[in-house]
Design a protein around this ligand. Structure first.
Ligand code: BMA
Length: 336
């Protein structure tokens, strides 16, 4: 075998470190009977504790949200004794089959958290927003992106005058990552495709979606996204990295070719849906660099892995390639 170059070895270097106590939350931890808990949103509360907004699937198959709080983000979770946010099909028929996969963004301008989540309607999954300041009471805004659309998160500040939402509509072009803009969170436009699924044998062929809410860094918005590869034995969910321009986030500056995290451990390999790692939330430690990434494993439990944001950026700068669009849908720059 030929000797491997240092670049090849570096590309293999582990960027995400699984916690030894994974999975950190399972159905057995719940104070009421459930099927599974997975795909949790995360945020740090003002007192420094970690809050997870967990997707809980009940024994009908319908999902709701349940809050768990912990001082260290690893153990000692205090879980709300009742569901925190249930689907509300009477007033929000789009939630008839549940609410799924939340992403939290703290918006300083509102001094509130904005939760983007999937509302599972008879017409398929759509994107809904809800606002909260305490994760006890919530103000729903209803559907902001019609089905079929999911994997959404709001950027925490306006770009120019507008709010920006990353999301994943499925169209006849495929399942790609888009960005849309709004003056008021209600009316959305200037839709642009921002990262496209690749084709063929690639790990991120045909279907990709935002995983973590975008992370603002000096270099741009760091994107952790999932790619779905269809295989003879089902889908394989893995994670990749990209970087969007800070002030024109519709411009993807860099994208890595290799995936950086994928199902390996038994709890990621086997569950209700095998071979899935699906992060929806992160927190950043007081050093400003260490990220705790919370992810659903095999649609069954919740796990955490740590990474250095500076290392992720360094990896992208070294191995990422300038992005080129295959479809060229929308302008590369917003004209607003
Ligand atoms: C996606 C979403 C996720 C889920 C994943 C694997 O389409 O529905 O909630 O974790 O599939 O089943």
């Amino acid at each position: 075998m030929s000797r491997r170059t240092s670049e090849e070895l570096a590309e293999d270097s582990v960027l995400f470190h699984r916690h030894a106590r994974n999975p950190i939350l399972t159905a057995k931890d719940w104070p009421y009977p459930i099927n599974t808990v997975f795909n949790a949103a995360a945020t740090l509360m003002p007192d420094g504790s970690t809050l997870l907004l967990n997707r809980v699937e009940d024994r009908r198959g319908i999902s709701h949200f349940s809050v768990a709080r912990s001082e260290n983000g690893i153990d000692g979770w205090i879980i709300d004794p009742e569901p925190t946010l249930m689907p509300d099909p009477q007033w929000h028929p789009e939630e008839i089959w549940g609410i799924e996969d939340p992403r939290i963004t703290f918006v300083p301008e509102f001094e509130r958290y904005v939760i983007a989540y999937t509302s599972y309607s008879r017409g398929g999954p759509g994107v809904s927003l809800a606002l909260t300041s305490d994760f006890r009471t919530f103000e729903r805004m209803g559907v902001i992106m019609a089905p079929d659309d999911k994997d959404a998160a709001l950027l925490p500040r306006r770009i120019g005058d507008c709010w920006a939402l990353i999301h994943r509509p499925t169209t006849t072009l495929g399942a790609h990552i888009w960005i849309s803009f709004s003056p008021d969170l209600r009316h959305w436009g200037s839709h642009k495709m921002v990262i496209e699924a690749r084709r063929g044998a690639w790990w991120d062929a045909n279907k990709i979606g935002l995983s973590l809410p975008p992370i603002e860094t000096a270099k741009g918005w760091l994107i952790v996204y999932h790619g779905v590869r269809q295989t003879a034995s089902g889908a394989l969910y893995r994670l990749g990295l990209a970087l969007l321009d800070k002030e024109t986030p519709e411009r993807c500056l860099l994208r890595g070719d290799h995936w950086v995290f994928g199902p390996e451990e038994p709890y990621e390999r086997k569950g209700d849906v095998d071979n899935v790692v699906f992060p929806c939330g992160y927190t950043i430690a007081s050093d400003g660099d260490t990220m705790a990434m919370y992810y659903g494993a095999a649609d069954t439990c919740i796990a955490v892995a740590h990474a250095s944001i500076q290392q992720l950026l360094a990896w992208l700068e070294k191995f990422g390639r300038p992005y080129t669009s295959e479809f060229g849908v929308g302008e590369r720059r917003r004209n607003a």
